[in-house]
Design a protein around this ligand. Structure first.
Ligand code: NAD
Ligand code: TYD
Length: 364
């Protein structure tokens, strides 16, 4: 395998995959990203001059341009991460999710199929289309004794998860019907550096630093299974290079937490940081705050809010030898430190793209 297309490489997980590939392998990486509000080339500053790195600002729905990229770079694999990824935005404006997640995936599959059909046998035997998806396609896990396995039936509840489920089905169908060598992975909630601050963990860190309230939807008793993003990047490379064609792999952190537990843990880390004098830059906002958990505010729940997601990641451990390396306590501490040290990354986002306002309630 030589040249790998990464769609959505300027996003949170895609950029972690690109940094991982360029730092640990000899592959040539082509990052194909439209640069929506969520795309950020600053996440790739550390590798932007790498000789094996190329960036193409292209929409995955643009069939002509995507076809040109295939013919120009002759990729050996596609890792498809480009997506609209935020549940609350999908409630406000589902159309972007239908367009990118479904039509965009369909477009990539069609171009990949045409390209694959013309490959010479040796290159053909190596080609892979790796579709990166989410555990949210399985819906809500009501039975606390159960976990999502690769056999769990799809039952998506949000416009986001429904659009991802649709894309998973398309990928599966292109594998079964046209013989495209596909592999699909479904991962739990990721956290770590470079995550756009609309998602729970970075939103809470940045709100707290600015002395703003920490909005917990409903009672905060919903459960998510959290995985450090760099562990996900390693798992994805394992699936790409060792996964069996046509198979699905669940990826998770074996780390279920309620939302309120996560936010309390962030508050504790910030309390310590304040005592250690690491938050002086924010003193205008937080000088009177003794305990950051005093900022927690329970707000109206997200509509259609799934109560629990939890992944059984045994298959990828047994068959591909992958398991998470980071534990939540250290991963969260690294994440909080990263946001404290990388103001230059998030400040422009808060000023120009998203100021932390509540999303997902406009249409309700
Ligand atoms: P993200 O929102 O941070 O990044 C998405 C990237 O895709 C952005 O760089 C954006 O510019 C790009 N993009 C969007 N529409 C595009 C289009 N039409 N053409 C080209 N590029 C486009 O998302 P993320 O959190 O990095 O998630 C990446 C993938 O992983 C998604 O497919 C998501 O469904 C999946 N996933 C995410 C999580 C999570 O916790 N974040 C968990 C499991 C799976
Ligand atoms: P999020 O990071 O949006 O990921 P997802 O919805 O894909 O799991 O949210 C994680 C959990 O945190 C989810 O149960 C919703 C909840 N949440 C809040 O309670 N408050 C918030 O401000 C946000 C953004 C999320």
């Amino acid at each position: 395998m030589h040249t790998i297309f990464i769609t959505g490489g300027a996003g949170f997980i895609g950029s972690a995959v690109i940094r991982y590939l360029l730092q640990n392998t000899h592959h040539t990486v082509v990052n194909i990203d439209k640069l929506t509000y969520a795309g950020n080339l600053a996440s790739l500053d550390s590798i932007q001059h790498h000789t094996n790195y190329h960036f193409e600002q292209v929409d995955i729905c643009d069939r002509e341009k995507i076809a040109q990229l295939f013919s120009h770079y002759q990729p050996d694999a596609v890792m498809h991460l480009a997506a609209e990824s935020h549940v609350d935005r999908s409630i406000d404006k589902p159309s972007d999710f239908i367009q990118t997640n479904i039509i965009g995936t369909y477009t990539l599959l069609e171009i990949s199929r045409e390209y694959y059909s013309q490959l010479l046998p040796e290159k053909k035997s190596q080609f892979r289309f790796h579709h990166i998806s989410t555990d949210e396609v399985f819906g809500d896990l009501e039975d606390s004794a159960k976990l999502f396995t690769e056999q769990t039936a799809y039952s998506p509840n949000s416009p986001y998860s429904a659009s991802k489920a649709a894309s998973d089905h398309l990928v599966q169908a292109w594998g079964e019907t046209y013989g495209l060598p596909v592999v699909i992975s479904n991962c739990s909630n990721n956290y770590g550096p470079f995550q756009f601050p609309e998602k729970l963990i970075p939103l809470m860190i940045l709100n707290a630093l600015h002395g703003k309230t920490l909005p917990i939807y409903g009672k905060g008793d919903q459960i998510r299974d959290w995985l450090f993003v760099e562990d996900h990047a390693k798992a994805l490379y394992r699936v790409l290079t060792q996964g069996k064609i046509g198979e699905h792999y669940n990826i998770g952190g074996w780390n279920e937490k309620t939302n309120i537990e996560v936010v309390q843990a962030i508050c504790q880390l910030l309390n310590i940081a304040k005592k250690e004098g690491k938050l002086t830059a924010y003193s205008d906002y937080i000088k009177d705050i003794e305990d950051f958990s005093s900022l927690i505010q329970f707000v109206t729940d997200r509509p259609g809010h799934d109560k629990r997601y939890a992944i059984d990641a045994s298959k990828i451990k047994i068959e591909l030898g992958w398991q998470p390396e980071e534990i939540f306590e250290t991963g969260l501490a690294k994440t909080v430190d990263w946001y404290l040290e990388n103001t230059h990354w998030w400040q422009p986002i808060l000023e120009q793209r998203y100021a932390g306002q509540r999303l997902g309630v406009d249409n309700i």
